[in-house]
Design a protein around this ligand. Structure first.
Ligand SMILES: *Cc1c(COP(=O)(O)O)cnc(C)c1O
Length: 225
């Protein structure tokens, strides 16, 4: 089932890229495997899936040692006291949502003499229930975090509101893309702005049409949680 789902998601990604006049290689699919057993991850890996997303440190610590050959992405809220356990296990932390968290990552990364790639999470719709910087405070955050030598800002991430119709999120994605391009154009030292992580099972096609470079799909691949 996982392999069929993956193929169908892949096809929909390709079609969205065609509609948007974008190259398929511009969009990376992260298979969100949270709560799912390793057996299903193995199935996806067998079909060629390399990137997996998890939202809990504990789950990454359980799964990553069994498949260190795969790329693991931290996509959930990260507590500062868990930074040390996870920073050398993941390819990318999508969910840096405060300056204090970035400072903690800096401290631990410096000890390991490593550079840690991160995305800043943005709460575009300013939902009370969500983590992330507000758009109005984002540039200031980028500038502060850019001064941390071991923390490498590679782009932005957002979790769009849970809506009936994916189309309702188009303007959210468009807004974040504009901010992404705007920050990129400032050529800030130690900041790349090459990754825009947006779009999930319900809205990834719209996100791709609006410039996403990483989509995070869970249910569409692994079924309901
Ligand atoms: C669970 C989760 C996803 C995947 O959600 P689906 O709707 O199952 O595709 C994407 N991003 C984050 C941050 C998540 O926590």
């Amino acid at each position: 089932m996982v392999q069929e789902n993956l193929h169908s998601i892949q096809k929909r990604i390709e079609e969205a890229c065609v509609r948007a006049g974008r190259k398929r290689t511009e969009v990376t699919l992260i298979a969100v495997s949270k709560t799912k057993p390793l057996a299903l991850i193995e199935e996806a890996a067998e079909a060629g899936q390399r990137d997996f997303g998890e939202n809990k440190v504990q789950e990454i610590l359980e799964k990553e040692p069994q498949r260190p050959d795969l790329s693991w992405h931290m996509i959930g809220h990260l507590q500062r006291n868990k930074v040390r356990q996870v920073i050398d296990k993941v390819e990318l932390i999508h969910s840096v949502d405060s300056l204090r968290l970035a400072e903690q990552i800096e401290q631990e990364a410096a000890k390991l003499q490593r550079e840690v790639p991160v995305l800043l999470e943005v709460n575009v719709a300013e939902e009370e229930s969500k983590f992330g910087f507000r758009l109005s405070e984002l540039l200031e955050a980028v500038l502060s975090i850019s001064k941390l030598p071991h923390v490498k800002i590679q782009g932005l991430m957002t979790i769009a509101p849970n809506v009936e119709e994916a189309e309702e999120n188009r303007l959210i994605f468009r807004k974040l893309y504009q901010v992404f391009v705007d920050i990129r154009s400032k050529n800030i030292d130690n900041v790349t702005m090459s990754v825009l992580s947006m779009g999930m099972t319900g809205d990834f096609e719209i996100a791709i049409e609006e410039g996403s470079t990483m989509i995070r799909v869970g249910t569409g691949i692994f079924g309901t949680r």
